[in-house]
Design a protein around this ligand. Structure first.
Ligand SMILES: Nc1ncnc2c1ncn2[C@@H]1O[C@H](COP(=O)(O)OP(=O)(O)OP(=O)(O)O)[C@@H](O)[C@H]1O
Length: 764
């Protein structure tokens, strides 16, 4: 605190000293709403100082003479001076300062228990304050028991300091603020750094720090700026209260809030997509049912038409029978009544009367049954016709329903496609927000004493001679992590390759720290290389409307020369060619892969040709950097576009201390080349971190080759592999430091490589 600070014994806001001193300007404001320091300076001038320079709370100096000349014609000159100063000021305050002498004034703020914040300063041993009417008053003694001081610190940074008690000093920093609350006046706020930051305000009545209600917090500048930032990034969000609450949850990090909202939107999309998929399935089932019902009804109609035909046929037969029977009766009757013989001749009837009666009875019965049959047939016909009509109606309705359902299915499909596209874009936005470089730390297993402690999923602590150094990464994988766990971390980035992005995965670390294990793995437990290519093959096979070609190449950089690992016969070392933004290796063998077996064969072949040797630190140490590149070219049948993405998988040779590995001869030459190229890689990341105009990509073959993966339009994952062994603590620290540097690098926005389709050869 400055020279004019005094210490009071009263109760005052106490705040945990979190040990962080941030050299940022304090945001303390006064109820007067006017720059108090200027006011005080004016008053000092009125009290007679000729040429005084004061130090403002933010550390800058004010030339009092210029202030004086500006103010000479204002209210002060109308006589206010006497009214303000004379009754209260000690003669020392009004003392004239010799011309040219610089006087430094230290400002303090006094927070009165009634909630008012006063600006004070000491001058020649007297503490004065600016009252509500902007007049300078002598600081009343009794106030020492009625509030607390917040004073400027002139030393160096210009931070504000609150003097709490004679025992404890709590600093002002960017966590301090003030807020005007109706009925309460201006209260002081402080962002407490607990598990998540919590903004509290000092309640003079109760003498404790209380949680700042959300409604009040929204009025504070600190929250307002962040809420605005979130609202401008996500224009759909309008509820400021909700955003403020979200900010609270996310430690007031607007990027995290945006990311959370985008993730929620993503989940919501997933839910909508799932719902739509479900609806689509239900509708498709309904359409299937309708089809089945339709064909069943069509069969029924055919069956009933057959019955009607059959009945008509029977009716015709019966009518023919009836006709025949009539003919018979007529002929019988004709026989029974022959031509009348001449009179008086009595002849016996030609037919037996009983026979006649029988015929007549038969005829009657036949007529009756004929009538019954007719009415039955008519009835059946009418029923069938009715049923047919009903069926026709139903079929008409079914056709309509089917049409509607098909339309609905089409709408659902297009909605589904739209949602899927939006989901993809949201997904990419989330990845962008998370950064295009992601750094993971993987600790290998070790039986020795460990120098590492994983405090949470994103933090690892190195303990060296009792000192603890924290490192933050996107994810920390402890020794117990499986190959699957580690691969899962890279999955979101890998899948972008199919959409035409350049993706790169690097493993960096001390020799023997598990880089090859992470990247290549073993046959039974493959690493990132095989898992990622397998995943890409799976995704490509899933996309029905896009045909993909996957080509793989493998090279090693040994003693700063490039060797083709897939060449059938040993070839001369390769060169790097740069064309515009792209970097290629002319003559490098590329093999097309379609199945997992192809990948395994290619990898096995490449591995055989690698330079591996035994070092003191690792029996099978890679003496070269391995670069596996997979080119994924997709040709979309629907849009006619072609996307080209590259997945570069790089297992770097281990950094090593030559004294420790005791390398000699050829091993020494190799170690020197390895260290040189890794240093060049470090320089590239260092230059990227500070956005240097020149990035020294050409300092080594390694960085030259990796240029497209480390510049503007790529997505990159870096594994920093470390050994927890206490004997490796120096290397572990250096590796983690390297990872931290990379984490601060931000590549530009990743871009898709999409071009109109040509005639492509495809694997599908
Ligand atoms: N997480 C792990 N789980 C089990 N074994 C591991 C793990 N990490 C490394 N190893 C084993 O430790 C040994 C050294 O690992 P690896 O060869 O992967 O190291 P490296 O960093 O590639 O070394 P170099 O740079 O010398 O090639 C290997 O036998 C490997 O199987």
């Amino acid at each position: 605190m400055g020279s004019g600070a005094s210490v009071s014994e009263e109760p005052r806001p106490e705040r945990p000293d979190d040990g962080e001193t941030k050299p940022e300007d304090a945001r303390l404001s006064t109820p007067a709403g006017r720059s108090d320091d200027t006011l005080q300076v004016e008053e000092v001038l009125r009290s007679g100082s000729a040429d005084v320079k004061t130090t403002k709370p933010d550390g800058c100096t004010v030339d009092i003479q210029s202030v004086q000349s500006e103010e000479e014609n204002n209210a002060y000159s109308s006589g206010n001076q006497e009214h303000t100063l004379q009754p209260v000021l000690n003669p020392a305050v009004t003392e004239t300062v010799p011309e040219g002498e610089e006087v430094s004034l230290d400002f303090e703020s006094f927070l009165h228990n009634n909630g008012t914040l006063y600006s004070c300063f000491s001058h020649h041993g007297n503490r004065v304050y600016v009252d509500e009417s902007q007049n300078l008053q002598l600081f009343p003694k009794e106030w020492y028991n009625q509030g607390c001081f917040i004073t400027t610190n002139n030393e160096g940074s210009g931070q504000l300091q609150t003097v709490a008690t004679s025992q404890s000093t709590v600093r002002e920093d960017d966590r301090t603020g003030s807020i005007y609350i109706q009925g309460k006046g201006t209260v002081m706020t402080y962002m407490f750094q607990e598990r998540v930051n919590i903004c509290r305000f000092w309640d003079p009545q109760s003498g404790v720090w209380l949680l700042l209600p959300l409604q009040w917090e929204m009025d504070g500048e600190f929250a307002k700026v962040r809420v605005q930032r979130v609202m401008s990034a996500l224009p759909g969000l309008v509820d400021q209260k909700e955003i403020t609450a979200a900010l609270r949850q996310c430690n007031y990090d607007p990027d995290e809030v945006i990311s959370v909202y985008l993730t929620i939107a993503l989940l919501e999309r997933d839910r909508v997509i799932e719902e739509l998929r479900h609806k689509l399935q239900t509708k498709e089932k309904e359409v299937d049912n309708l089809f089945q019902r339709n064909s069943y009804l069509a069969r029924e109609v055919r069956y009933l038409t057959d019955i009607v035909q059959h009945l008509n046929q029977k009716l015709a037969e019966l009518e023919a029978d009836q006709q025949e029977a009539r003919e018979k009766i007529r002929s019988l009757l004709n026989r029974r009544a022959p031509a009348v013989p001449p009179a008086k001749t009595i002849t016996k009837p030609a037919v037996d009367p009983s026979q006649l009666r029988q015929v007549s009875r038969l005829t009657r019965e036949l007529n009756i049954s004929n009538k019954q049959l007719r009415s039955t047939v008519h009835q059946a016909l009418a029923d069938v016709k009715n049923q047919l009509e009903q069926f026709k109606d139903t079929i008409g309705k079914l056709a309509q329903v089917e049409q509607e359902a098909t339309k609905e299915v089409e709408e659902l499909r297009s909605l589904y496609r739209k949602e899927a596209v939006e989901r993809k874009s949201l997904y990419n936005k989330v990845l962008e927000l998370q950064g295009n470089i992601r750094v993971f730390c993987r600790c290998r297993k070790s039986l020795a004493n460990s120098c590492l402690e994983k405090t949470n999923d994103q933090e690892v602590v190195v303990i060296q001679k009792g000192n603890r150094k924290k490192f933050q990464f996107d994810k920390v994988y402890p020794p117990s992590s499986t190959q699957e766990d580690v691969f899962t971390g890279t999955l979101p980035v890998i899948t972008s390759c199919v959409d035409g992005y350049n993706v790169c995965i690097l493993a960096y670390g001390q020799t023997g720290s598990g880089k090859t294990y992470t990247m290549m793995g073993s046959k039974e437990n493959p690493g990132v290389n095989i898992r990622s290519i397998r995943e890409l093959l799976r995704i490509c096979a899933e996309k029905e409307k896009v045909s993909y070609t996957l080509k793989i190449s493998m090279l090693e950089i040994y003693n700063d020369t490039l060797n083709d690992l897939l060449a059938k016969s040993p070839s001369a070392s390769l060169d790097i060619r740069v064309q515009g933004k792209s970097v290629s290796v002319p003559g490098l063998t590329q093999v097309q892969v379609q199945t997992e077996a192809d990948i395994l064969n290619v990898m096995e072949m490449g591995e055989k040709n690698r330079k591996i040797a035994s070092t003191k630190m690792n029996i099978q140490s890679s003496r070269s950097h391995l670069v596996v590149a997979l080119e994924v070219e997709g040709s979309d049948e629907v849009s006619g576009l072609t996307s080209r993405g590259t997945l570069t998988l790089c297992d770097l040779a281990g950094s090593e201390r030559i004294s420790k590995t005791e390398a000699e001869g050829q091993r020494l030459v190799e170690a020197a080349a390895i260290n040189k190229s890794l240093t060049a890689l470090g320089q590239v990341f260092g230059a990227l971190k500070c956005n240097a105009l020149h990035i020294p990509f050409r300092n080594s073959k390694l960085t030259h080759l990796l240029q497209p993966c480390l510049s503007g339009d790529a997505k990159c994952c870096v594994f920093v592999n470390v050994s927890p062994d206490i004997n490796d603590v120096v290397e572990t620290l250096s590796t983690l430091q390297f990872g931290s540097t990379i984490r601060q690098v931000s590549l530009g926005k990743a871009t898709q490589n999409i071009v109109p389709a040509k005639n492509n050869k495809t694997v599908k």
